[in-house]
Design a protein around this ligand. Sequence first.
Ligand code: AMP
Ligand code: GLY
Length: 427
Amino acid sequence: MEKLTILLVGSGGREHALAWKIAQSPLCGRLVAAPGNPGIAAVAELKPVKATDADGLVALAQEIGANLVVVGPESALEVGLADKLAEIGVPCFGGSQRAAQLETSKAFTKDFCKRHGLPTAAYGVFEDAASAGEFLDTLEAPFVIKADGLAAGKGVVIAPDRASADAAVVDMLGGRFGSAGARVVIEEFMHGEEASLFAISDGKTAVLFGAAQDHKRAYDGDEGPNTGGMGTYSPPPVLTDALIEQAWRELIVPTVEGMAAEGNPYVGVLYAGLMLTEAGPKLVEYNARFGDPECQVLMLRLESDIVPTLLAAAKGELASAEPPKWRDEAAICVVLAAEGYPDAPKTGGLIQGAEADYGHEAEIFHAGTARDPDGKLVASGGRVLNVCALGATLHEARDVAYAALGTVSLEGGFYRSDIGWRALSQH
Ligand code: AMP
Ligand code: GLY
């Protein structure tokens, strides 16, 4: 088969993990990343085009003769990158602007769930505080209040009592999240443990693409503010094969079929944030992309070549593709974050030891890193490095990752020392 020219869009740890895996493929002739980061530069050519510059990315895809575009962040989908690539016939792994509404609009997703009978929390969508208040009257504390649009993961308030719920509604409708809060979604609170399930779809069919568990709070013991994710591991034992099968049957299959039936076929990663309730898995949210840092552990565990799967999904040929193969080992990812993350991350801190070769077991992926004018590696974002490892057991993977962490440093940086605790504490 002719070697492919692949354009990867994005610049975080998720994209470094994808680039690392794609670059290992015998099918990959040339890998270009836009805009990429210093870690990705080790395995791909970088081009300074932003993920939200759809026209710039289309021009770049044409210039390099891309046979496949792989989209990391949802921000590129939201500006219609996949739609524009479809117009010029370039296969794109990533959904159309309309399909990406499964992530970009909570109201769209809740209405979709209702139309197709998918298990999720009861909800209402409101544009004024009075009708929101009437719905809150029907629920019990705690209350879940969400800004409708994308608010960088920060548009969710779990209010312990009615007064703070009312305040959150007024705050969101009053413009705290800009246009993302023009409508608020209020939900019933679901009790249980959370886990993430991944599927890859070509618009008609889907394949299972692993599972992981994230750690959203900034500090040990799940304390502190919510973040984009401080660490992950895979597989999560709490998500048993039986629960995966149930979520597949009750959520993933009807979603892929429902989107297709509504003329809105879904292509790319379907990332289901699940709540494992007493009544079975329920949907917390869908994302139209790989999780970050969930992707990192999936890439370590994926044994087969990722390129045929991405290409088959982009071309609508998943049914005839080889299913992905997974290693039996466990994988873990620990995020090294900048001082002040998530509220006010301090950039510019010097990073040392991140460019060593850790051999087969450990990998360090770059998230928010940059080169200073002297070529030194410095922090440029809140989450800076992803220290990842594979092990025969999660205990082993954890030990390898934390040993590797001991050899890197970031001025003022911090990480959680308890990634994987839910699974580790069971043994
Ligand atoms: P979301 O942005 O919708 O994923 O929400 C962020 C986090 O808020 C989730 O990961 C859950 O921990 C929590 N959450 C959201 N919706 C609910 C709900 N209906 N019940 C319980 N927890 C929720
Ligand atoms: N780690 C959570 C996310 O990517 O949404």
